[in-house]
Design a protein around this ligand. Structure first.
Ligand code: SAH
Length: 692
């Protein structure tokens, strides 16, 4: 069987479907899976074990046989816990075939084959009866089907079905219940992920302010969850407006309804301010009494000693449809609406006449009306709202633009053409749009240009760079080619080098003395020790006494599936690390020239200057807008004594995890890491190899 995998080609900027063998998908999924992270989550594992032991005891005390249904068994961990706790039989359901196969091996290796039956099915396909997958219904329901938003992985429909068809009424459930908590905050930083702020431009004829279109004012955005490591958000970046409030609970031991519904709570702000954001997280009680509790509460809600690092469960940021000024002590209603898979929020002021009137404000799932939320994701909004960054582009544009400049911009959803217009180029600005986001871009930019009275100042060309014709440019040659560069299909930092390929494709349209901005880019690299991120790719060995090495081996095989291991994208502002080496520039890309035919490669070594564990290398791009103005999409600052790094908060950096970790101790005779990095100009990909 063949699988087709979609991947953006960094040399053409378009999506391509590659035919891959059946195993490909599995390897990708396993290599990037969260299984290792879950197995390293000690707090979660210990509490599941306690909850499972307690549930088995309660059933035994009633004189019943303990029959367990474990939906989504993964490695088989929770079933093995149940079997060790004395369960008579476990049905371990797993839909993902390679995991189900691994579970069979792990269960066997740990000696539980006689009491655990692994069933490779989706739970809704499982049959019960003498000839069925399960002999009888279970009386203990164990699952771990939660994502950061609790319900995003389909826990509700799975529970609904299980209660109807797979478990007895009044069964024990581990976890017993989940509760979702919320807190209302004001935060310019987080609000900048949802709204476009006005952009101030110091033009020759006075200050100009670019305003967002009115369509964006009340646009609810998208229903997709914004999940982040909230513990990395300093308290100075938000202002708390309410206490933590329980929003809703789900009792997993009773029939669960997955149909859309709303929950409403009353709030009284503890402080006046602008309500913009609802921060949310959940906890699960493993037992009915709530004594065994596993909580995702952030650092300001629970003592830091109780914080367990994990990446599979984080916290959620919800954006209110519009900013609402609120007064301390005033009565507000916060409504959470959910469908089967997602949650969204609304805030209303309580009016005296509806005090007791529980309005049935079941609001429809958010749909973006301004199209900007379809064009820009949250980090991209943050990037466009980053005033320092904008100032650097403004300064460099000012330097290169002349009144007779003919300017072409190649970047997705970029505001550079508008800046260029204000900064001097009085000629019509051109602006290339790509087909993949064409419709949203056209609609959004028509709103945006209209709101700023620029409809006739900027021309949008609906053509791919290689299809650009002289007629598109009214037979003029381009004197200034600009790009951020930013493209929505880029996964890894160097994928934005598509700008270079596009620049090459439009070469015949460029004037002899064309200015290209950025004029060049460079790839940078640094060896780091992660505070926590290493866990997601590190072997587990044993987990709560169970041998899960089969899982480790499976992940290792998947990582080695392709000759060269790949780097993976991570937003490092969320994952603290310490630099062990100096940052090093490893490759440069000259945008004033076309993309060469040959590969660009480099070899060298980098010294480990600080004590620590070398978990991997971090790589990022820097763009040199002009000779003296550069923007970094990676490292922003490095405090040298301790190696503390500050990362660009709007970009993902590339992380290459080393397959073995070395611990550098001595500083007098620093260890070196050698690298071999190759940029293949044919594919636009970078292959790398490190030796410790
Ligand atoms: N129980 C394991 C793994 C949890 S991850 C542990 O706690 O370590 C969740 C697993 O559930 C995934 O492997 C996923 O493939 C599987 N899954 C999710 N929904 C399912 C369903 N309805 N039926 C069967 N498997 C499911």
């Amino acid at each position: 069987m063949k699988t087709f995998c979609g991947r953006a080609n960094p040399t053409t900027g378009s999506m391509e479907w590659l035919e891959e063998g059946e195993d490909y998908d599995y390897h990708q999924e396993i290599a990037r899976s969260r299984y290792a992270d879950m197995l390293h989550d000690k707090d979660r594992n210990v509490k599941y074990y306690q909850g499972i032991r307690a549930a088995v005891s309660r059933v035994k005390e009633r004189g019943e046989k303990a029959i367990v249904l474990d939906i989504g068994t993964g490695t088989g961990l929770l079933s093995m816990m149940a079997a060790s706790a004395g369960a008579d039989f476990c049905y371990a359901i797993e839909v993902f075939k390679p995991m189900a196969n691994a579970a069979v091996k792990i269960v066997e290796k740990n000696g539980f084959s006689d009491r655990i039956k692994v069933i490779n099915k989706h739970s809704t396909e499982v049959t019960v009866g003498p000839d069925g997958d399960m002999q009888c219904r279970a009386n203990i329901l164990v699952t771990e089907l939660f994502d950061t938003e609790l319900i995003g992985e389909g826990a509700l429909p799975t529970y609904e079905h299980a209660h109807k068809h797979l478990v007895h009424e009044g069964c024990e459930a581990v976890p017993h219940r989940a509760t979702v908590y919320v807190q209302l905050v004001e935060s310019r930083r987080m609000w900048s992920w949802k709204k476009l702020f006005p952009v101030h431009v110091e033009a020759e004829d006075g200050e100009k302010i670019l305003v967002p279109p009115s369509e964006m004012e009340n646009c609810p955005g998208l229903p997709s969850v914004c999940d982040i490591q909230l513990n990395q958000m300093p308290s100075s970046d938000f202002s708390i407006l309410s206490d933590v409030v329980k929003m809703f609970s789900v009792d997993f031991s009773k029939p669960v309804q997955s149909a859309s519904t709303c929950y409403r709570v009353q709030l009284e702000p503890v402080k006046s301010g602008k309500a913009q954001i609802v921060l949310s997280w959940w906890d699960i009680d493993m037992d009915p009494s709530g004594m065994i509790n596993c909580s995702m509460a952030p650092y300001w809600v629970k003592p830091t000693s109780a914080l367990q690092w994990r990446d599979h469960w984080m916290q959620c940021v919800y954006f209110l449809p519009r900013e609402e000024p609120v007064l301390q002590g005033e009565k507000l209603y916060l409504t959470a609406c959910r469908d089967e898979y997602s949650v969204w929020y609304n805030l209303q002021k309580a009016r005296a006449d509806e005090e007791e009137h529980k309005a049935d404000v079941c609001v429809e799932s958010p749909v973006c009306r301004c199209r900007a939320h379809l064009l820009w994701n949250r980090p991209r909004f943050g990037q466009l709202n980053d005033q320092n960054r904008t100032q650097q582009y403004i300064q460099s544009l000012r330097r290169v633009l002349k009144t007779d400049s003919v300017c072409l911009c190649i970047s997705d959803g970029s505001l550079l053409p508008v800046l260029a217009h204000y900064l001097g180029a009085k000629q019509v600005q051109y602006f290339v749009l790509f087909f993949r986001s064409l419709h949203f871009s056209l609609v959004f930019f028509s709103y945006f240009l209209k709101a700023n009275h620029l409809e006739d100042k900027i021309k949008i060309i609906e053509a791919r760079p290689e299809l650009l014709k002289p007629s598109h440019l009214e037979d003029k040659k381009i004197s200034v080619l600009v790009g951020e560069p930013f493209f929505t299909t880029s996964l890894l930092p160097w994928h934005n080098l598509y700008f270079w390929y596009a620049r090459t494709a439009v070469s015949t349209h460029l004037a002899n003395n064309v200015t290209v901005l950025p004029q060049s880019a460079s790839l940078h690299m640094m060896i780091v020790e992660f505070q926590d991120l290493w866990r997601i790719r590190s072997p587990c060995g044993t987990c709560e006494g169970f041998d899960v090495r089969t899982m480790d081996e499976m992940i290792k095989d998947s990582l080695n599936f392709r000759e060269s291991k790949e780097a993976e994208p991570h937003p490092l502002w969320e994952y603290p690390c310490k630099s062990l080496s100096e940052p090093q520039e490893v490759l440069t890309f000259d945008f004033t020239k076309t993309v060469p035919q040959h590969c660009l490669s480099t070899e060298g070594s980098v010294k480990l200057l600080r004590k620590g564990k070398s978990h991997g290398a971090v790589l990022w791009m820097e763009y040199h807008l002009t000779a003296d103005i550069s923007v970094s999409t990676g490292l922003m600052q490095l405090s040298n004594e301790k190696g503390k790094c500050e990362w660009n908060p709007h970009c993902k950096q590339a992380v290459y995890f080393f397959s073995s970790v070395i611990e550098s101790e001595i500083l007098s005779d620093p260890t070196a890491v050698t690298y071999d990095i190759k940029f293949d100009t044919k594919t636009g990909e970078i292959a790398m190899d490190f030796k410790l």
